[in-house]
Design a protein. Structure first.
Length: 150
């Protein structure tokens, strides 16, 4: 086979440090656009994004040439620096240390996009922590709670 072809779709979830409510409605669309630009620079594509004031969900088509850890390191580092420059109210902005990355198939894209669009409504009933634990259970990911909420 002469060419390497992939479909690496990942639903990524991470929160602000200590789940601080720092993602304002005014900054959210620009933040998602910024994520898209960073993804493009890393030969990946942001398909969709959603979230609340304290966390984000990103649906990404990941480059075959970039490890997920490297992509997320750059997304979080660059966006954190960008947000801090958006006003004094964001001066102490930080993302949590880790993230959750969950693989999906192409047929699941519409379902995930719908889920992302409903985040604010969804979180009237469930906290970020409860949602995240549901993902870990669904994907059968073992974890140490000591490190989960850093």
């Amino acid at each position: 086979m002469a060419e390497t072809l992939t479909s690496l779709l990942v639903h990524v979830v991470f929160s602000t440090k200590d789940r601080a409510d720092l993602i304002t409605p005014e900054i959210e669309p620009r933040l998602f656009s910024y994520f898209g630009g960073i993804a493009r620079k890393m030969d990946s594509r942001l398909i969709d994004a959603g979230g609340t004031s304290n966390h984000v969900h990103l649906l990404i088509s990941q480059s075959k040439n970039v490890a997920l850890a490297n992509l997320l390191q750059e997304l979080k580092k660059s966006s954190s620096q960008w947000i801090k420059g958006q006003g004094s109210e964001f001066a102490k902005f930080h993302w949590q240390d880790g993230y959750g990355g969950f693989s999906i198939g192409a047929s699941q894209i519409p379902q995930v996009k719908s889920y992302l669009a409903k985040q604010k409504h969804h979180h009237r009933k469930i906290t970020f922590q409860e949602e995240y634990l549901e993902f870990l259970k669904k994907y059968e990911i073992r974890y140490n709670e000591k490190y989960l909420w850093r």
